[in-house]
Design a binder for this molecule. Structure first.
Ligand code: DUC
Ligand code: ZN
Ligand code: ZN
Length: 471
């Protein structure tokens, strides 16, 4: 019998810390040897001229999520993870959303049913807490935490999700007790509502006005409020999908005071602008997401943050809807007001090429920074490191073979996601995933998906070391 199931030979290995040239020996789904030369494998892949990196971990994706009575998400766990692995990812962490008035545990069980037998790569769940009753706070959250859902998301806006300040404090207090990491959607409910109604009363109802209803000031205020609440409770928080300089300044201020505030940003905030929402005949709806894309000055601010450590993670916030469908961006009421256009864009498959191309190929960040921002830091923050997120003996053999010179034009026709469009249609990139390996199995080879539904396993995650008291 061969000593290794698979050997990756002659590649340049990039981790968050190192760049080395060696072979990788894989057995039983794990990396079992790194050596100058590995022979005796049942199968060999020649990675000469390619980079070998830990598979992408996308810790912010929405799949098959309840999105309102008439709206349907464009990806379930099968199509969403297919698109993820085609884009060089080997793990996703999706949201299990509590419906107001329902038990959180029942909602999580429903998400297990949606994912089990469908996911093609490994997955975990963050819990969206929308109704923090005493039962949810005192029984369900601690029990679900024990089951490996060690992070919660809370929203400061949206009718069906918003928590008031008192409720935010209560969830933060549970997170502190359990040592869960809380993710915060920081936009203010009342200010958005006020501006939305004002814009509507002035007849400003097209998708573009979505961006004007949620200026950075609103994100800045909510970010500050979330930070203050976290300071009061003395709990670390993660501010997700940060869009520009104003919320970043709050995060930096918090860090300068020694507070444990972490931050995430996404491709839309380095490559799209509010002007993209100006398209004719609801086409602007393709770019409606929250917070909305800003402007080129904001892109520059985000790059500063990606370089100086303000951001630990770069996620997609994949939240896919159809464009040409009444169950999506063309909701029957979408012409009445932007408020009826579902919030979210597809991006799970294009996250890595966009960051590589705009970041590494343009000399803004190093290849090692790229690995940290797209894989290693996600694993560390969300309790799956070092099983996931690096290349070392004993880790899962989750790898992406990357051609740093390959040029592609992002087009809907080459993507694998469920949406009928991509916001990056025509976007030119340099750098592309050519092979994805998940737990030792080749799941994508030059764009061809070889994984099966059900290959992915649920990841019961550990406590985040970032949620523990600072050493
Ligand atoms: N928040 C997200 O995290 N994703 C999509 C929409 C939203 O508001
Ligand atoms: Zn959000
Ligand atoms: Zn999201």
């Amino acid at each position: 019998m061969a000593e290794f199931d698979l050997a990756i030979r002659n590649g340049t290995i990039i981790t968050a810390a190192d760049t080395i040239t060696c072979d990788i020996g894989i057995r039983g789904g794990r990396i079992v040897q790194l050596a100058e030369r590995i022979e005796g494998a049942a199968r060999e892949v020649d990675a000469k001229g390619l980079l070998v990196m830990p598979g992408g971990i996308d810790s912010h994706v929405h799949l098959d999520q309840e999105s309102g009575p008439e709206i349907r998400m464009a990806d379930d766990f099968e199509s969403g993870t297919r698109a993820a692995l085609a884009g060089g990812n080997t793990t996703v962490i999706a949201f299990a959303k509590q419906e107001k008035g329902k038990s959180l545990r029942a909602c999580v069980e429903a998400y297990h049913k949606k994912a089990n037998g469908k996911a093609m790569i490994d997955y975990g769940f963050h819990l969206i807490v929308s109704d923090p009753t005493p039962g949810v706070l005192n029984q369900e959250l601690p029990a679900l935490f024990q089951d490996g859902c060690t992070s919660f998301k809370v929203f400061m806006t949206y009718d069906d999700l918003v928590l008031n300040d008192r409720q935010l404090l209560e969830v933060f207090a549970v997170a502190k007790r359990e040592r869960a990491l809380v993710m915060v959607h920081a936009e203010g409910y009342d200010t958005i509502k006020f501006l939305t109604e004002k814009l509507e009363s002035e007849g400003k109802t097209a998708p573009y006005f979505h961006a004007l209803s949620r200026p950075q000031l609103i994100e800045r205020e909510a970010t500050h409020r979330a930070i203050s609440h976290a300071e009061l409770i003395d709990v670390p928080i993660m501010i997700v999908h940060v869009s520009g300089r104003e919320p970043m300044e709050q995060i930096r201020w918090a860090k300068s005071r020694g507070l444990r505030v972490y931050a995430e940003t996404c491709p839309q905030y380095i490559s799209l602008t509010a002007d993209d929402l100006k398209g004719e005949d609801l086409a602007g709806g393709k770019y409606v997401c929250s917070p909305p894309p800003r402007d080129r000055d904001s892109w520059a601010a985000i790059w500063e943050g990606l370089k100086d450590g303000t951001f630990q993670v770069f996620s997609s916030d994949h939240c896919p809807f159809y464009f040409d469908s009444e169950a999506g961006k063309k909701h029957p009421k979408a012409r009445q007001s932007f408020r009826y256009v579902p919030n979210g864009i597809p991006g799970i498959e294009t996250r890595l090429p966009i960051l590589w191309s705009e970041g590494v190929a343009k000399g803004r960040i190093s290849a090692n920074d790229f690995v940290a921002l797209t894989s290693t830091n996600h694993a560390k923050l969300y309790g799956i490191y070092p099983k996931k997120g690096t290349i070392a003996v004993g880790c899962d053999a989750d790898l992406v073979l990357w051609d740093p010179n390959r040029k592609e034009i992002i087009r809907q026709e080459i993507l694998h996601h469920g949406s009928d469009y991509t916001p990056w249609e025509g976007f030119a990139v340099t750098g592309w995933p050519v092979m994805t390996i998940a737990r030792g199995k080749i799941v994508m080879d030059d764009g061809q998906v070889l994984a099966k539904a059900g290959d992915g396993q649920f990841l019961a995650r550990d406590i985040s070391p970032y949620a523990e008291k600072a050493a």
